[in-house]
Design a protein around this ligand. Sequence first.
Ligand SMILES: Nc1ncnc2c1ncn2[C@@H]1O[C@H](COP(=O)(O)OP(=O)(O)OP(=O)(O)O)[C@@H](O)[C@H]1O
Ligand SMILES: [Mg+2]
Length: 318
Amino acid sequence: MSLEELMWVEKYRPKELREVVNQQDVIERIRPLIEKPTEMPHLLFAGPPGTGKTTVALILAKTLLGPVWRDYTLELNASDERGIKIVRERIKTFAGYVDRSVNIPFRLIILDEADEMTHDAQTALRRIMEESSKHTRFILICNYSSQIIEPLQSRCAIFRFRRLEKEEVLQHLSEICKKEGVEFEEGSLELLYEITEGDLRHTINLLQSAVTGGVITKESVKKQAGTMGIENVRKMVDYAIKGKFNEARKILVELLNINGVSETEIIKMTSEVLMRDDRVDHGKAAEIIAEYDYRLAMGAHPEIQLTALLSEIEDFLK
Ligand SMILES: Nc1ncnc2c1ncn2[C@@H]1O[C@H](COP(=O)(O)OP(=O)(O)OP(=O)(O)O)[C@@H](O)[C@H]1O
Ligand SMILES: [Mg+2]
């Protein structure tokens, strides 16, 4: 069985616009683009994680470019190879091809996590977009459009993806359960939604991992959400290292209050993550974590202590 069939997030990734959950505003504005591809502008998709941005971009690519879509689509993750080099080299090479042998309207460049690009890279991208716009269209994808420089924003039609609503997510989850022959306890799907807050990738992953013996219970959902903690801790630490304190703190509060992970679990996982991170001075990190661990053991307030720890993580960098 391929990974696509094994993982429900991929197995149930919508292949057509009508299968996309929520996002009616976006879908209504996308449809006309498909009918008149030559008039399609560059696009900017903005919105929270797991709400369908990449999914819709891929549907567009397949619909506009047909069976050869892979050959005419360049998918890049701007944050993988951050900076200006990738913008200049890979995009330029790809955008530079002029190829009219197949009846396609343009080449498509899907640039994920565009908000992670440096200011310089975005400026370079702006020029490349202008130079290549005769044969190329861009779909820029980001979480926050405010992180995209104004001249890029103004060259794109902006589509805002929203957090998915409860009713529609529950409907979607129960359909997946039906297709998979999985029973669910009353209230368990609601709980899934509450834990994952409209991030459907997270919801479906949690759903799949919470199945035990063909059944999903509230208990299994809670248990699974707890063990997913390490992933969230990794995210939390990463934000803290990058100085994004508010984002880091948000994850901490969720772990403590929604996922019900204990403070000792959190500090243990934080330590594990930090000790595996090459950016970090491990000696320094160990010393300070030990101090917080001691305070927690002495009964200090967990949320206050862990928040203070987060604020220090930035200083652990080598
Ligand atoms: N609106 C949606 N309708 C149906 N399924 C969705 C929707 N949004 C997300 N999903 C599910 O979640 C998975 C991930 O979605 P997708 O890759 O489109 O998220 P994204 O918005 O690009 O998130 P990120 O910002 O993290 O990249 C899909 O494979 C699909 O199973
Ligand atoms: Mg995506």
